[in-house]
Write a protein that binds this ligand. Sequence first.
Ligand code: ADP
Length: 443
Amino acid sequence: MPSSARYVWTHAALTLALLAMAAAVAGAFGGTLAALVTFVAGMLLVYGYHLRSVQQLVEWTREPVGTPVPSARGTWNRVFADLNRRSRLSYEMREQLATSLERFRDASQAMPDGTLYLSADDRIEWMNHKAEQHFGLDAARDCGVPVTKLVRQPDFVRLMHGAEHGGPLVLQSDRKAGLTLMIQVVPFGDGQKMVVSRDISQLERLETMRRDFVANVSHELRTPLTVVIGFLETLVDGLEDFRPDEVQHYVRLALDQSVRMETLIEDLLTLAALESGARAAEHRVAVGPLVQDIAEDARLLSAGRHEVSLDIAAGDEDAALLGSAKELRSAFANLASNAVRYTPPGGKIRLSWRRVDGGAEFAVEDNGIGIEPRHIPRLTERFYRVDLGRSRESGGTGLGLAIVKHILSRHDAELHVESECGRGSRFSARFPAARLGPPPVRS
Ligand code: ADP
């Protein structure tokens, strides 16, 4: 017999014995009636005590979970103490379970993927915030609703109906433009399912860019290559049919196309090196001599067709930039050569270096053909040209400004473009104060 039960029975036996003794004493002094009255009164007292304790117990059951059991005397004290212990234990277990569940929900909420828990009949039981965003759902409103009533895209419905195959399914969201999801269905428990959604829009964009890039490179190389092959085939088929000056003309044209391919490959290699993230060694680069060289190269490229000037603000002749001399030269030269190539003969090109807003700026201004505003945000995209014919004609690869943008961002600088169609453009590279080094030490 458990100790509590033994205690109750012992207590009852003792109470009965005490009552019997009290009745016997009363009987000795007052006769049988006194004994009977004493015994009945004692029994009533005991009955009242038990009734009161039962009432306390009933009242306690109506209190909120976790309320301690009231204290009592005698037998019920022991019973209440036992109940108290059990109720505390089960309360603590519930608390622990609630904490674990809360932690599990917090973890599911923090997941970068969307998660939907579905019942065996595909009703939503729970979802995290990401799932709300991905599927345009509302946890407060949509729990309990079959998921295929809310996400009705045919591919998704098919995936849900054949959930054992599980996906992954790549789905273009019909609720948010440009959102691409990868969706997987994972069965678990007793016919329940977990739907996991991942935002792969960025990956998709990169994949599209990669495909476009390969197509662009192939196209850019194929055009001059076709020309070279055409010339060579013509010459092979009938070299003797051509006069030496004609042969020389064709060979020169083929050479031009080969140089174009070489330039393109050089630009591609430069871009690849810049994108690989490997940092070139950085030094204090003397700006004065650098921009003078760039202005000289621009004059050579212009071959007298433009008026090229250089303006270094007074006191800035000794300025220095912290960075890679090779990369800075390449970026500045690209801006200057664009000005020459997109400014008709007779135009003016002005290169300048000055301090602005705590930083400094290298700018190239021209009064050339200018650019329509709608093209400006896209100029630094690889192979983006406003006028394909004009760019090719002038030896452009469509990669120059992409290279400039990369180089500038490696130097914490920004490219600013102001332009007006038919009036000219101003391209400026703005460097923060942190990139302005002390003047180089003269030897
Ligand atoms: P590209 O090799 O074609 O010159 P870039 O990346 O250097 O390629 O320039 C992208 C496009 O920006 C050019 O095709 C041209 O249309 C436009 N562009 C760049 N610089 C100028 C400028 N100074 N004036 C007018 N248009 C320009």
